[in-house]
Design a protein around this ligand. Sequence first.
Ligand SMILES: CC(C)(COP(=O)(O)OP(=O)(O)OC[C@H]1O[C@@H](n2cnc3c(N)ncnc32)[C@H](O)[C@@H]1OP(=O)(O)O)[C@@H](O)C(=O)NCCC(=O)NCCS
Ligand SMILES: CC(=O)OP(=O)(O)O
Length: 325
Amino acid sequence: MDLFDSLKDKIGGQDKTIVFPEGQDPRILGAAIRLAKDGLVKPIILGHEADIEKTAADNNLDASGVLLIDPETYPEDKKKDMLDALTERRAGKNTREQLADWLKDVNYFGTMLVYMDQADGMVSGAVHPTGDTVRPALQIIKTKPGVKRISGAFVMQKGDERYVFADCAINIELDAAGMAEVAIESAHTAKVFDIDPKVAMLSFSTKGSAKGDMVTKVQEATKLANEQAPDLALDGELQFDAAFVPTVGAAKAPGSKVAGHANVFVFPELQSGNIGYKIAQRFGGFEAIGPILQGLNKPVSDLSRGCNEEDVYKVAIITAAQSVK
Ligand SMILES: CC(C)(COP(=O)(O)OP(=O)(O)OC[C@H]1O[C@@H](n2cnc3c(N)ncnc32)[C@H](O)[C@@H]1OP(=O)(O)O)[C@@H](O)C(=O)NCCC(=O)NCCS
Ligand SMILES: CC(=O)OP(=O)(O)O
């Protein structure tokens, strides 16, 4: 079954509510209208009514099926409830005045709707950079029990080929423990997308072919991840060709249960992860679905600012599926 057909089956009839803070963007509005029309999610669009109407008119869209909330004209009693909940959540960290300012930002407002169970998930980032999109979730929604850090994975898809790349979005620099955690979370993500995970811990070295602190970090991360998830097929350190090409894997890492057959690729830091997924997308012709935030307590999804309406539609389906218990 096609990946999105099975996700659509999962969310069908569940009436999941997804908040879209960037309602004035035509890609967002177009996707939200389609999602409502297809009966997949109940979208909440944030923005000023006049701006949304203009976007709709300029792009021949009929926005009558989506719920619009203008944070500026949100009823005073509901604004107070939201500020009270945020003040309690950020106790000891921020003043009430600072937090009132935060709520003027649509990403904080949308995140609070999710935190307060008034929406099941949020999709943003078509206009805002990743940091501004995810920071509210890191500060308010926080990580699931047992998870220390949130990371961002992409499902890379072309025809029958499907892979997971991580971390491509969040952690600028990972230590060995961080890389091990991202690897284990990425294996969970792979399973959600019907991929039987074989995890490669990527480096510019294969099995000691090069030396240095960067290589040592990946070797330590591999050891930690293998200790923490002994049943997971995971190996490192591997160069990308050794991880992916069977003949190269056999030559460079003989006997490895992963080399040459990896389908989950864990990058050692964000430079290589973000560059790597964009090369596969733009040179390799892979569809890049994500970034899918791993480890959050409730689903909030970032978009690339280079996304199109179809990407928004798909990320919203994934976000709604993540909220199904
Ligand atoms: C995600 C990012 C914005 C967080 O940076 P930041 O806002 O400076 O974060 P801070 O260190 O000030 O932490 C803010 C809060 O988030 C939490 N946090 C930061 N990174 C986290 C992570 N990976 N997992 C969980 N929580 C995290 C902190 O604990 C802190 O919580 P607190 O306020 O309750 O104490 C930053 O790591 C970043 O810019 N990453 C790169 C994003 C990017 O541009 N990617 C490329 C395009 S996709
Ligand atoms: C994921 C990503 O790279 O996002 P953006 O293109 O918005 O920076």
